[in-house]
Design a protein around this ligand. Sequence first.
Ligand code: RIB
Length: 321
Amino acid sequence: MTVQRKNKHIFVFGIFAVDISFYVDKKVTPGETIIAKGSNIGPGGKASNQAISAKKLGATTTLITRLGNDNFNNYANDIWRKEKLSTSVKIDRTLPTGMAGIFIDDKTGENSVIVHPGASAHLSMNDFNSHKSKMQNGDIFLTQFEQSPETTFSVLKEARKLGMTTIFNPAPFGKIDRKVYKYCEIITPNETEAEQITNIPLKGKRDVEKAINKIRDLGVEKVIITLGKKGAAVFDGNEITFCPGKKFGKVIDTTGAGDCFNGALASALSFGKDLKQSVEFSCAAAGLSVLKRGTAQSSPTRAELNKALKAIRDFADGITG
Ligand code: RIB
């Protein structure tokens, strides 16, 4: 007999990378050297960021990933230990741990990222299978597109067959095999990725609705398009609604806001919230994450998120009360 857990377990499958970020006031052009305004080294990789975000928000979370046999391996383990994140990690002796170079506009907080998945490029079905016995019908499976398309598609298919709620964050964008959409219960592209999937330029709400409908026609049950500071649009299986973005202060660094959103989404779903409630929760978490430097480092804890939301409610009560 399977004993049902009170809260659903989240399994996040994908890469870890060390992020080396530079805060700059202009884009660097070929042959040019520029002086950065600041720098930061921190944990990154979309899967690790999303897993840390979910865990910081209180969810039972396991990250399945690969590391190289190098110093960054210890760095990753120290971070995960500090966050009390459960992990399933295979060491690759031939490839280095993933690494990313990030440029952040010092004025707007907008970012450009180059990522080398390193050891995680070899993530395969075996990594998934080694954890399969712990995965239960109803649990949540979250993956991105930083490992190979073959592996990404196979794990989504297998997770769906196990009866898990599969969330596919198709970032960075790559060609998606048409057959895969039906294995995604929820897909979470950002505006650019949604445009690439649908070939619809997203200039306004009507375009977003058209894009959601086109993605549904591909076979996905529920669709969320994240819209940066404008929030997110969600089709929850019944209707399309828009959740406005939450602004809590000056934007410092937008890197990883999407990861924070996806981790928060999985976290809220794991506690039994419905999709619209989960998207609201995730918009708030992502809105807080842009106030600090870094990716996983800037994801809020449950206490930080509750405090920020209470401040908004108190402010609103002060106006209306
Ligand atoms: O989404 C941001 C992340 O993308 C960074 O942490 C970087 O490592 C890349 O994976």
